[in-house]
Design a protein around this ligand. Structure first.
Ligand code: KG4
Length: 336
């Protein structure tokens, strides 16, 4: 089944053509340079840029896949969660395209598609498995019991891990997207020099909290500034990265043991983090657990992962009508 998929939930306009788990094309037009000067994504600008880019990106995806519009058997689109104006561009474009081609319209949840990014180059990965989903807006630990069924074991009670990286990086003077740049310049952690708190999360020990950690870094920087002392940015970056990885890895391994999972997948933008990948690799190896993470090109927002998840949504009967709307917030298990 040939599916044309669309992603516009944040600051990437992306269209892909997939045949089940095979990616025939995946075009991503990023707006990063434009948002950089503001230190983060400006929603209004994001929506406008999606409007300008989407037709051209779509044509390019069709051409690069070596197909024509007549070959498309379904149109899929990210409809939730994300920036509402940005999502609406993709949703309305998808509705028009599906209607004009006379093919089904498949709504795809953004976080489900991040998990599906793992299927693209790992044909052996099949549910059930445990997934640590870490992005700029979400941090969730979930059991993927089937391709469209999710059991949430823990989630952040405040900020996402990516948000913590991005904001802390901004206060350290790093440019947007902060998490990426923080990972690039981080050297060796020094918790003695920069002690950071370990968040307490209440009764469910698989939940997360990152806002206190973010505030601790910001306070530390202000404090140093007030005393006229310099901050060793690469060391502070490494110390924060280590602390965030400690928290994420600890909960993931705990959940794997408690619920008897032998397969662990990592997904979302933060799954590109070098320390998270390398430490999880050795921890999983030591415990005989199979670890999956997407290739770097599929860690960030892209339409290929939307197309792959769409195939499973379609098989499960998840098809939308022309009344499909975008939704800014929606849990991953919304129809489980
Ligand atoms: O999944 P994503 O592309 O967008 C959302 O759906 O949120 O995730 C973006 C997040 C940003 O916070 C970005 O800073 C973070 O992923 N990120 C990283 C790295 N690459 C991207 N954080 C830490 N280390 C990285 N290498």
């Amino acid at each position: 089944m040939i599916i044309l998929s669309i992603e516009s939930s944040c600051d990437e306009t992306s269209v892909a053509v997939c045949r089940e788990r095979d990616v025939l094309s995946n075009i991503v037009a990023t707006q990063i340079e434009e948002h950089k000067i503001y230190g983060g994504v400006v929603p209004e600008i994001a929506s406008r840029r999606h409007c300008e880019a989407i037709s051209q990106v779509c044509d390019e995806a069709v051409n690069q896949a070596g197909i024509t519009y007549d070959d498309i058997e379904a149109v899929a689109v990210t409809f939730a969660p994300g920036l509402i104006g940005a999502l609406l561009v993709g949703v309305n474009f998808a509705k028009g395209l599906a209607l004009s081609l006379g093919v089904p319209l498949i709504p795809v949840h953004h976080l489900r598609s991040h998990i599906a990014a793992n299927y693209i180059e790992s044909p052996q990965l099949k549910p059930p498995f445990l997934c640590l989903l870490v992005s700029g807006g979400n941090t969730v630990l979930a059991e993927v019991t089937d391709y469209t069924k999710f059991n949430i074991l823990g989630a952040t009670m405040d900020d996402a891990a990516g948000e913590c990286f991005d904001k802390a990086a901004r206060f350290m003077g790093l440019s947007y997207p902060g998490g990426v740049n923080l990972d690039k310049i981080a050297t060796v952690a020094d918790p003695q020099k920069y002690p950071l708190p370990t968040p307490k999360v209440g009764e469910n020990d698989l939940n997360f909290s990152f806002s206190g950690l973010k505030t601790a870094v910001i306070n530390l920087i202000h404090n140093k500034e007030q005393k006229g002392e310099a901050v060793d940015v690469p060391v502070l970056c490494a110390t924060l990265r280590q602390k965030v990885c400690d928290i994420l890895i600890d909960s993931t391994l705990k959940a794997a043991e408690r619920y008897g999972h032998k397969k662990i997948a990592v997904a979302g933008g933060v799954s590109a983090n070098s320390e998270l990948r390398s430490r999880l690799e050795s921890e999983c190896k030591a415990r005989n657990l199979a670890l999956f993470y997407p290739p770097l090109k599929y860690c960030g927002d892209n339409a290929a992962m939307v197309g792959v998840q769409a195939f499973y949504e379609y098989k499960d009967g998840n098809v939308a009508g022309q009344d499909l709307n975008a939704t800014a917030t929606l849990p991953i298990n919304y129809n489980s």
